[in-house]
Design a protein around this ligand. Structure first.
Ligand code: NAD
Length: 244
C-alpha cells in the first residue's frame, strides 16, 4: 500500500534524494514545497509530511502539521537543545519520527555497539574512528559522538572517560577510557568504526556510507511506518523494531 507524502525542503539535496527514492520505497509524492510555497497549501493532501529543510522552519512545519493533523518525519538538524525541547512539546498531538541520522545501517550499528558494550567486559577497550571528506567542518562527527554516548551509557562511564585523540606522553590506557579519533581526507562520504580491543581478540564494527540515498530511504521507511501510529515521538530504533 502506497503512502502519500509531502516533502518540505524539496529543492534541497535531501529533498531531491527523497523524491528520487520515493517510488521504489512505496511512497507517492503528492506535494513538493520549498521556499516561496506554503506547506499549508498542500498539507491536506498528505498522509505524512517529510521535512528536510532548515532548523528555522521546523516550528512552522509542526504548526501546519498539528493544524492538518498529519504525522511528520523530521530529518532537519541543527536545533539548539532548548528549541528542540519546545518543538517536541508542540508536536505532542502527532506521531513524529525525528532523528539526525536516518541511515538504517547506522541505526543498526548503534544497536550492535550498545549490545557489544554491555556484553563485553571493560577489558575490551573501546576506540572509535570517524573518516570523512576533507571539507567536513566539525570533528568528531555527530554520529561518532552518538557512538561515544552509547558506550558511555552502557558502561556507566563519566564524560571524563572520553579521550579525543592522543598525543605525547599520555601514559597507559585505562580500561575505562573511550578513545575517539577523527580522520579527514579526500571525498569519503562517511565511515565509522567501533573497535573493542580485548585480551586475545578484537571486535570491529564498521559502517561505510556510499551516498545520501541511505538517509532518503530510511526517512521513507519511517514515513511508511509512522503513517498509522498513535501520537508520540519515535526514533529509528522504533521504526526498525530494535527497542526491547
Ligand atoms: P539543503 O540546503 O541542500 O536543502 C535545504 C532546502 O530547504 C533548500 O532547498 C531550502 O531552500 C529549503 N528551505 C529552507 N527553509 C525552508 C522553509 N522555511 N520552508 C521550505 N523549505 C525551506 O540541505 P540538505 O543537505 O538537503 O539538508 C537539509 C537538512 O537535513 C539539514 O538540516 C541537514 O543537516 C539534514 N540532514 C539530515 C539527515 C538525516 O539523516 N536526518 C541526512 C542529511 C541531512
Amino acid at each position: 500500500m502506497s503512502v502519500k507524502i509531502v516533502i518540505n525542503g524539496a529543492a534541497g539535496r535531501m529533498g531531491r534524494a527523497v523524491a528520487a527514492a520515493a517510488a521504489e520505497s512505496g511512497a507517492e509524492i503528492v506535494g513538493q514545497v520549498d521556499l516561496g510555497r506554503e506547506l499549508a497549501s498542500v498539507a491536506d493532501k498528505a498522509e505524512v509530511i517529510v521535512d528536510f529543510s532548515s532548523h528555522e522552519a521546523t516550528r512552522s512545519v509542526l504548526e501546519t502539521a498539528v493544524a492538518a493533523r498529519k504525522p511528520v518525519v523530521i530529518g532537519t538538524t541543527g536545533h539548539a537543545p532548548a528549541l528542540k525541547a519546545s518543538l517536541i512539546e508542540l508536536a505532542a498531538p502527532l506521531p513524529v519520527v525525528w532523528t539526525g541520522n536516518f541511515s538504517v545501517g547506522v541505526n543498526l550499528l548503534f544497536y550492535l555497539v550498545e549490545r557489544a558494550a554491555r556484553v563485553l567486559p571493560p577489558a575490551y577497550q573501546a576506540e572509535i574512528t570517524d573518516l570523512h571528506h576533507q571539507f567536513k567542518k566539525d570533528a568528531p562527527s555527530g554520529t561518532a559522538e552518538q557512538l561515544v554516548d552509547i558506550i558511555r551509557t552502557a558502561r556507566s562511564l563519566p564524560q571524563e572517560a572520553v579521550r579525543p585523540g592522543r598525543h605525547g606522553i599520555v601514559g597507559e590506557r585505562p580500561n575505562e577510557e573511550i578513545g575517539v579519533h577523527a580522520l579527514r581526507g579526500g571525498d569519503v562520504v562517511g565511515e565509522h568504526t567501533v573497535l573493542f580491543a580485548g585480551p586475545g581478540e578484537r571486535l570491529e564494527l564498521t559502517h561505510r556510507a556510499g551516498d545520501r540515498s541511505i538517509f532518503a530511504r530510511g526517512a521513507l521507511r519511517a514515513a511508511l511506518w509512522v503513517a498509522d501510529r498513535p501520537p508520540g515521538l519515535y526514533s529509528m530504533q522504533d521504526v526498525l523494531g530494535l527497542k526491547d
